[in-house]
Ligand binder design. Structure first.
Ligand SMILES: C[S@@+](CC[C@H](N)C(=O)[O-])C[C@H]1O[C@@H](n2cnc3c(N)ncnc32)[C@H](O)[C@@H]1O
Length: 420
């Protein structure tokens, strides 16, 4: 079976542990890359019977050297390791998941040169990453596969003493340099280090035992900011961090651990579940600016819901105004939500195209292309549509449909983006 990595299957819920937030999906078909990256088209051998219902017998999941394992088994979960994959990988999972993981690409670490940033103590946050030079929007900062990948049930249910010993053995299987980096992470016990630093990763789509906690010791140094300058996405178990705006030397590099487009009190309570009180740039604004920010977040929500409701009635739906798209972009930029602009630019481009505003449609479609590539990757669903709109607005399905008759005159390509 040629098993492309597709939406829903092999999607990865982010971000760091458990607290469900953004969804980053892997989809098929690689596009040209400007920086070294993984091959997105993954060949995974047949794993199901011909009806796609039953798993193959466990012996079908044997791993070839240099993979080692299964060892240290507890019920169906065992330790598997490979010192040569990525910077070394240890898995505590089922044989089936180990087999799948072994078939994902585990590329060597890549990204910006190691001197582009450095580690430093950041007041109130522990160690963080600081830019050492200007890092440009769109630069991939790190691309890594997890050093430790632990099936969620094991992490949650195993007896704590047994679990700690198992994690110790798993860490011992890693190359020395990776072990050291792992042990330098925040957290008193190995369990605690996984808790504080892991990202949620799905190995096997929506199949049983798919959810894992992936620990990437270098990526763990990114502190949280509710208005991050770095976005991350996970596809094929590869974790990519990418600058979403130009970052100046001396600025801290940050990601968001949560879905941040909610008022401050909600963000803070979500982050308390993480065991810390957020001291980020947005949470420490003076009260008047903080309430202005909360207001903008409410405005964004309202406007998005309004646009969604109109679009749902069809492209000719009444109530759409051309300035709605521009206003939405403006609010996002004022709120410094640079990591979440893809759908916003897409909406704005479509709205202006519908009203026959060529210049604005092109301009926003171009921005949408860049933002979608950064946020979702080269296989983002609306990317092709936005490329076409940027190149030839008048040939796009959305062109002028609000001007001509106010009724839907959906053109050539019905699979194009429609305000998503
Ligand atoms: C994944 S680690 C980040 C790196 C960590 N600072 C270190 O020294 O290794 C997450 C931990 O960093 C701290 N942290 C990250 N972002 C923070 C923020 N915005 N405010 C306060 N503490 C933060 C919290 O202690 C959190 O549990």
């Amino acid at each position: 079976l040629s098993h492309h990595v597709e939406e829903a299957k092999h999607c990865s819920w982010s971000p760091l542990l458990g607290r469900q937030d953004q969804l980053t999906c892997a989809a098929p078909r690689p596009k040209e890359q400007t920086q070294p990256t993984v091959d997105w088209k993954v060949e995974i051998p047949e794993l199901w019977d011909e009806h796609g219902e039953r798993y193959l017998p466990p012996k079908a999941y044997k791993l070839a050297p240099p993979w080692v394992g299964p060892e240290q088994c507890f019920t169906e979960f065992c330790l598997f390791s490979n010192r040569d994959a990525g910077q070394g990988m240890a898995l505590v999972t089922t044989a089936r998941n180990a087999y799948l993981t072994a078939h994902y690409p585990a590329p060597p670490a890549s990204g910006v040169e190691p001197t582009a940033f450095y580690e430093e103590e950041v007041p109130g946050k522990g160690i963080g990453l600081i830019a050492n030079r200007k890092i440009r929007k769109g630069e991939i900062i790190m691309q890594r596969v997890p050093a430790l990948l632990i099936q969620d049930t094991v992490h949650m249910d195993l007896d704590p003493e047994v679990r700690e010993q198992l994690y110790q053995t798993a860490v011992d299987r890693l190359p020395e340099a990776t072990q050291e980096r792992f042990l330098r992470q925040m957290g008193n016990t190995l369990f605690d280090k996984v808790e504080k630093n892991a990202f949620r990763m799905f190995v096997d789509g929506d199949h049983k035992h798919s959810l894992h906690l992936g620990v990437l010791p270098e990526v763990s140094r990114f502190n949280h900011d509710c208005r991050p300058n770095v976005h991350y996405r996970i596809a094929n178990l590869t974790h990519t961090t990418i600058a979403v705006r130009d970052i100046l030397p001396g600025e801290e590099l940050t990601i968001s651990y949560i879905y941040p487009q909610v008022p401050k009190s909600e963000r803070q309570s979500r982050l308390r579940e993480w065991g810390f009180v957020c001291t980020c740039s947005q949470c420490t604004l003076p009260p008047s600016e903080s309430s202005a920010s909360d207001n903008r977040i409410r405005q964004i929500k309202q406007l998005e819901e309004e646009i969604e409701a109109i679009m749902a009635r069809g492209p000719g739906g009444e109530g759409l105004r051309p300035e709605m798209g521009g206003k939405l972009v403006e609010l996002y930029l004022q709120e410094r939500l640079h990591a979440y602009l893809g759908p916003t630019y897409t909406r704005a481009a479509l709205i202006y195209s519908m009203f026959g505003n060529e210049q604005r449609a092109r301009e926003y479609a171009r921005e949408a292309v860049g933002a979608l590539e950064r946020e979702v990757g080269p296989h983002a669903r609306d990317l092709e549509s936005m490329r076409r709109l940027a190149e030839d607005p008048r040939g796009h399905w959305s062109w002028g449909i609000k001007v001509t008759s106010g009724r839907a005159e959906v053109g050539r390509n019905k699979t194009d983006a429609r305000g998503k």
